[in-house]
Design a protein around this ligand. Structure first.
Ligand SMILES: Nc1ncnc2c1ncn2[C@@H]1O[C@H](COP(=O)(O)OP(=O)(O)OP(=O)(O)O)[C@@H](O)[C@H]1O
Ligand SMILES: [Mg+2]
Length: 225
């Protein structure tokens, strides 16, 4: 079974636009153990990004309990939360969010520079670039990388601090099938080699297949898919 990395219990989230209220999450229960790949499918607007942002502590639920590494998130102060996020959680966003004025290698190293506890982050950065076949692109700016290369850079950036959990929001959303397959192979390899826990959202049933546990988010609830 492995250790419990994330435990979400009855998570609710409603957005308000003036008088209109939109309940997006209606009692989500989810447990992620170490070494699990969890995939979450769902139509556009189903609430996948909302859920992932809550699991990653970037957004707060209206109610429900979220534990990461057995720590109840609501008991943490803002700086403790930032520390936990930086230490344990890696994010890959659909639109990669690489910083345009930094090279691929520098983008990968940023989280390590912020955390500032690694002896040789450059060595690890180069090693990670090699695993995704981008050694020769290390000095390229994001504008000088292809879409697939940018995403692979974003994936290894999310891994530089060795997070307990990798959260990936439609990581293959903007890729052609060939690059999508490469990215999926990479995630499977990372899971196998480092027992990396991964939660990813996707529209694509082929991508969802890599999940050890597969869910669909529908009408605010997670159902086994
Ligand atoms: N800040 C916000 N204020 C109000 N409504 C919001 C806000 N953010 C998202 N929503 C609404 O909540 C619903 C869920 O949004 P979310 O981004 O989680 O969907 P999603 O499943 O990730 O969709 P997609 O597949 O298109 O990325 C959508 O209907 C969206 O319009
Ligand atoms: Mg989304």
């Amino acid at each position: 079974m492995g250790q419990v990395i994330i435990k979400a219990d009855q998570i609710y989230k409603t957005y308000s636009n003036g008088k209109r209220k939109l309940e997006v999450l209606s009692g989500i229960d989810l447990t992620v153990n170490s070494g699990n790949i969890i995939t979450i499918m769902g139509q556009s607007g189903a609430g996948k990004s909302t859920l992932l942002n809550i699991l990653g502590t970037l957004d707060k639920p209206d109610s429900g309990i979220l534990e990461i590494n057995n720590i109840k998130i609501e008991t943490l102060l803002e700086d403790e939360l930032a520390e936990l996020r930086n230490r344990h959680i890696g994010f890959v966003f659909q639109f990669h969010h690489l910083l345009p004025e930094f090279t691929a290698l520098e983008n990968i190293l940023l989280p390590a520079w912020i955390k500032n506890d690694q002896q040789n982050p450059i060595d690890r950065g180069l090693e990670l670039l090699e695993t995704v076949g981008l050694t020769e692109r290390k000095d390229h700016l994001p504008s000088e990388l292809s879409g697939g290369e940018r995403l692979r850079t974003a994936v290894v950036r999310a891994l530089i601090n060795r997070p307990r959990i990798l959260l990936a929001d439609e990581p293959t959303g903007n890729l052609d099938m060939n690059n999508a397959r490469k990215l999926i192979d990479l995630l499977v390899q990372i899971n196998r080699d480092f027992s990396q826990s991964i939660v990813l959202t996707t529209h694509n049933p082929e991508v969802a297949e890599i999940g050890h546990f597969k869910y669909e988010l529908k009408a605010g609830q997670l159902k086994a898919a």
